[in-house]
Design a protein around this ligand. Sequence first.
Ligand SMILES: [Ca+2]
Ligand SMILES: [Ca+2]
Length: 213
Amino acid sequence: MKKLLCFILIVFVIFSASSAVYGETPVLFSVDKVSGGLGEVLSVDIKISENSNLTNMLLSLYYDSKYLKFKEMDVGDIVSRGLYEFNDALKDRMKFAFISEDPITKGGTVMTISFEIINSDSENREVPLTLQVDELISDSVALEYIVENGSVTVDVAQTQNRGDVNGDGVFDEKDIEEVKDYLLGKASSAESFDLNSDGICDICEFIILRDML
Ligand SMILES: [Ca+2]
Ligand SMILES: [Ca+2]
């Protein structure tokens, strides 16, 4: 009997200790780190760890509009049950508010944000994506959290690759000429050149390249 009591006590102690640790685990937010070339559209996921039990969250994501242009936001599957509001009309910042009756226990993507890279430097440039958690609540109790911020690296080599129509290793005027020749019906290596992923090479490629140079 003593042994049994002892066993029950040990199980109880282990269980309470683990649930105490479990309850104190901060919610982890992580923002993707991606890279691409000028003119490219990239998707960035904002993810959350599992078992957060959150019912309200208010997030701000800061970015640099000199380099990045907001394209669109897709809401992630873990927030599909609640209500959300998204505001991208602020300069260099977007806001996301979420509320749900059912606490979120699943981990996964809160939202996916697409940016177009609209500027580049002569060297690689890492543009920070800084997530600010303005509010994080589980049933009227504020939650602890950790944020791993992300970034978009504007990569010089990737920009060169994207614009190198004739495959000579550099992106310059000749590549634009190559597309122009193709559009005018002259022989050209630009036939399969497709920057905006719509399956054809047309005036769009010419305009994008011209903006890139
Ligand atoms: Ca070239
Ligand atoms: Ca195209």
